[in-house]
Design a protein around this ligand. Sequence first.
Ligand code: SF4
Length: 370
Amino acid sequence: MNQRILRSIHDVCALEHVRQEFGFNPECIRSFRNAYYKRAEGLEAAKHFLPAEVRDRWDDCFAPAELEVVSRVDSSRDGATKLVFRTRSELLLETVVLRILSGRTSVCVSSQVGCAARCAFCATGQMKMARSLQPSEILAQVQAVSELVRAENRRLRNVVFMGMGEPMHNRSAVTQAIRQLIDPKWFNLSENHILVSTVGIVDELIEFAREMPKINLALSLHAARQEVRELLIPLAKHTPVVELKRSLREIEQCRGRPIMLEYLMLDAVNDGEEDLAALVDFCADLEVHVNLIPFNPIQAPVGVRGAELTLRPSTKARIADFSARLKAKGLRVTTRVSLGGDIAAACGQLVREHDLAHVRKAARSAAERA
Ligand code: SF4
């Protein structure tokens, strides 16, 4: 066999290249993909649909697996599981499995390691940006979770891009991964069951909405007053709220479905009367659905750098009142239940704790050696 670059098994062309080299029937690829991606039977089982010579020379044909699980934490309360994966370049990333009582199972995937958006309320935002993930690294998260939930007699139904990273800073890899997720020859998931969440990188978002109009979109708004939004999402200073609204109108033109507006409820930061009025104003004439999200602090109340501001959850009464008054204005509103509160399920928390544990361990060893 000629020397060549080893491709990931999740690479769109990988199997076809190997097929041409070994000259086997294309039907084998179809059977392999059905077993591996659609039925999540595991790689070893799926390999049996490929010729023996390919199985025997697997390591000469495909790159090693892109992700290795380094830890798993299961919630004792609500069926959430957080997985920490290590990439081949030794970076850590998180993926969360959400098992809803109704039987629906979702996976929340990461699109980057670290995040340049640096949102004040987010553990990933407090890390350094390492790099964007490849499509195959995004798909490997979905594949690992498909196999995990299959062993529980569940089927993975929803994929949400709400883990580490800003998907619109890695649009081309996210788009490629979604193409394979919805492709009947690959994962065969419904477009309705995929959601991409963004802080609103407008040019990329408009392009994405044009390219994938049926994929659900969530905008992390979190404040409709510009000065508050900039405190929470430093990147927001590049996109005034008025411009953000104009972009949403443009996006509406190419979509037949409402955009979700994510609104983290923060005590005395974005839950006041002025904030409510600004949110109602922002939503006017837009096809949106507002999700109010109770805040799950990173560990303790979070201080915002450069501002005399501490982030704490709004009270339940305030969230209920906010919701009722938005509904009274004719808006569609849901108050989300945050799963995984006991396993640090908000994005980046566990990787941060891993890193801290790592740092503490190294410090202890250094102290012992001294
Ligand atoms: S909330 Fe999302 S966009 Fe903001 S820092 Fe965290 S990962 Fe990045």
